[in-house]
Design a protein around this ligand. Structure first.
Ligand code: MOS
Length: 705
């Protein structure tokens, strides 16, 4: 029986399709009340007066919490330090740091009552001069101390010697501020019982939420329980605990009843992160054979006045290509906006747009096929750390993708392919994302009713953790899937890492496998002769058995460089008069190690590509330079691709054996799908039109200008 690697259906598919999967906002508790946030309307300054009397007298209102009456917290509410900790704004003082900062919480018996009362809170501000122009901040840009634990800047080789150079590109690429828009907005339900707090919270990190809230409120961690069985999309914004979560807990304590707080869609544009704006300068030069002689990538991104978040946009440039002279830098421009954060493929989504656009420009200057240019610069090992790859299937991806796409039929000259009144463009870009793994634990228990229940404190962001972990446990135990139930999303379960950085499967799968194997051993020890496990289970019916496993990566990270790679081929059609861009076809091939479930796995990669199309052509948060408000902070004006925008997407993985990452050979796939797509679209638009657009999103006004 082989379940691992099989395209089995989602075990939670039925629950989701019928609306019975309980998301946070579906939680209803006896006596539950509703909270609504009041958010600031200036970017920087102080609250000189806040009048909540009107609001307090509205029907059903139980409390209006402002900085004047909110409970004082240890260390001003900022007890948590980085990396899990964010600088939160918890009604501890009169300062406003960004537009849409929480400045009051209204609690009422019903949601409508709370929403109505929230409009009656009158706020007077003393506005300061806000920093809201990226351009103006460029000269005062600062270097963060590190970027995700790696060096802020890197340098290998030298830039002083004369370079052998047949062609060179120096260009600046810009990407806009963007915001996460999972279908499910952030939501929290807080309940206190005997001084202990239960939080139903939509989060990618139950144990992080548990420790953050405990520290902020001055509680013991084991007095905070966080429950989250379903997440309706995360993409990074739910990886950190933001201000609304402790505020919901404080409000619940204040009114002595459970409180539900669900963010409204516009409230997703400010207080809960987003992708920072970037300006990336790339220089690339190559010799006559197309071998890179030097590569420089300088990334500038915005952060907030509260804390530094660095978009790691130049990271991949250290490892993508064999090149003797490479320099990368990361700098930050401080703006008075909500702190940006990790957003799907942080750094690599933005950075690969710049790097892979520049490589395309270089290929045209060399009169060399863009795929061939990459092939000639394939690094045999990690050129930055000088370590062997755990596995790198880049060449296979180029080959298999080019073949499936029909790349050979492309005529090289820009503007040379047409279909009726439309210009046809075929573009290519590489994809990459690091392969992370963290310690994780799981238990496997034979229950009295003859089921095996496997538990781990991980999350299912909608991607398939329930299904894939069930497959692994069932196969390890030699049982059918319907005899195994996988449970996640409770801080009482054995610990698992944040479901971010594409690491959940790579981290939790080995723990589930080890726990299931330990239970199998226990069952084997009870077997009579060569009795099969199912018979042992029948014979010992009614007896409970538990096995636990904790697994952690060894020192493989010091001995190997671990990354996933891919190749993205895009066809665009551009209306020659109107500049309208459509993408009828994408072919992408990835080397991600072993795919544990081709159905959920391909689906996740398709989702990444779709988001890449949005990044390329639509997504942009427009910051009002007068007041720091995102002017298109809603789904009517912040455009994401819908079905009509998405053509045929053909994704697949190439066969790859990674013996290093973990015993299953599985690397994560959550983020690589978005990487490279925006560059492939931009490169295809250039091929169609001869117009190089270096500023995302590529909207028709830029083509017509
Ligand atoms: Mo991902 S941006 O690390 O959730």
């Amino acid at each position: 029986m082989s379940l691992i690697g099989t395209a089995v259906d989602r075990v939670d598919g039925d629950l989701k399709a019928t609306g019975r999967a309980p998301y946070t906002a579906d939680v209803t508790l006896p006596g539950m009340t509703h909270a609504v946030l009041v958010l600031s309307t200036i970017a920087c300054g102080r609250i000189s007066a806040i009048d909540h009397l009107d609001a307090s007298r509205m029907p059903g209102v139980l409390a209006v919490m402002t900085h004047l009456n909110a409970p004082r917290l240890p260390e001003g509410g900022n007890a948590i330090g980085p990396p899990a900790g964010r600088r939160l704004t918890l009604l501890q003082d009169d300062r406003v740091h960004y537009n849409r900062q929480p400045i009051a919480v209204v609690v009422a018996a019903t949601l409508d009552q709370a929403a109505a009362a929230a409009t009656r809170v009158k706020v007077t501000y003393e506005a300061g001069t806000a920093r809201l122009r990226f351009d103006a901040g460029r000269r005062g840009a600062h270097a963060p101390p590190d970027v995700l634990g790696e060096a802020t800047d890197s340098m290998r080789g030298s830039f002083s010697a004369a370079m052998p150079e047949a062609a060179a590109v120096v260009a600046t690429y810009t990407t806009p501020m963007e915001h996460h828009n999972p279908m499910e907005p952030h939501a929290t339900v807080a309940q206190w019982q005997d001084g202990r707090l239960t939080l139903y919270d939509t989060t990618q990190y139950i144990s992080g939420c548990q420790s953050a809230v405990a520290e902020v409120l001055g509680l013991r961690a084991d007095h905070v329980r966080v429950v989250c069985p379903y997440v309706g999309g995360g993409f990074g914004c739910k990886g950190s605990t933001w201000s609304h979560v402790p505020l919901a807990a404080l409000a619940a304590r204040e009114v002595g009843r459970p409180v539900k707080l669900v963010l409204e869609r516009p409230q997703m544009f400010g207080p809960v992160g987003g992708r920072p704006q970037t300006e990336q300068r790339v220089s690339a030069a190559a010799d006559v054979d197309g071998r890179l002689s030097c590569l420089q990538h300088d990334s500038l991104s915005h952060t907030s006045g509260l804390e530094d978040f660095t978009e790691p946009a130049a990271m991949q440039t250290r490892i993508m290509y064999a090149c003797p002279n490479v320099k990368t830098t990361h700098r930050l421009v401080t703006l008075d906006v909500g702190t940006p954060t990790f957003q799907r493929a942080p750094g690599h989504a933005t950075g690969m747009f710049a790097l892979e656009s520049a490589l395309d420009e270089l290929a045209y200057k060399l009169d060399l096929d863009p795929v061939e240019l990459r092939r000639r610069n394939e690094p045999p090992q990690d050129p930055d750390k000088q370590l062997p790859w755990s596995s790198r299937a880049m060449l296979q991806c180029y080959e298999s993708g080019a073949k499936a796409f029909g790349w050979a039929q492309r005529s090289a000259a820009p503007g040379s392919m047409h279909a009726g009144r439309e210009l046809v463009g075929l573009g290519f870009a590489a994809a990459t994302y690091p392969a992370l793994r963290s310690p994780a634990s799981a238990t496997a228990r034979l229950t009295a009713d003859g089921m095996v229940v496997v538990q781990s404190g991980t999350h299912d962001l909608g991607t398939g953790m329930y299904t894939v972990m069930t497959q692994i446990a069932a196969e390890t135990l030699g049982l059918p899937m319907n005899r195994v139930r996988f449970e996640l999303g409770d801080s009482c379960f054995p610990a698992a890492p944040v479901s971010g950085g594409s690491q959940s499967t790579a981290s939790v799968a080995p723990a589930v496998q080890a726990a299931a194997a330990a239970l199998r051993e226990e069952l084997h020890s009870l077997a009579v002769g060569d009795e099969p496990i199912a018979s042992v289970m029948k014979r010992i019916h009614g007896r409970e058995l538990v096995a636990e496993a904790s697994v952690r990566p060894g020192d493989e990270k010091r001995r190997h460089s671990m990354h996933s790679f891919g190749a993205v081929f895009v066809e665009v059609r551009v209306d020659r008069d109107l500049g309208v861009i459509r993408v009828p076809r994408v072919v992408a091939r990835y080397g991600v190690g072993r795919l544990l479930n081709p159905k959920t796995g391909r689906s996740q990669l398709i989702g990444g590509v779709v988001w890449g199309l949005g990044m390329a052509l639509m997504e942009e948060s427009v910051l009002d330079p007068r007041d720091g408000r995102i002017v298109n902070g809603n789904l009517a004006e912040y455009h994401v691709p819908t079905n009509a925008d998405v053509g045929v997407i053909d994704v697949d993985v190439v066969a790859e054996n990674d013996a290093v990452i973990n015993p299953l050979g599985a690397r994560g796939i959550g983020e690589i799908g978005i990487t490279g797509v925006a560059a492939a679209v931009a490169n295809a638009v250039y091929h169609a039109t001869g117009r190089r657009i270096r500023d995302l999103p590529i909207t028709l006004d830029k083509l017509l200008a």
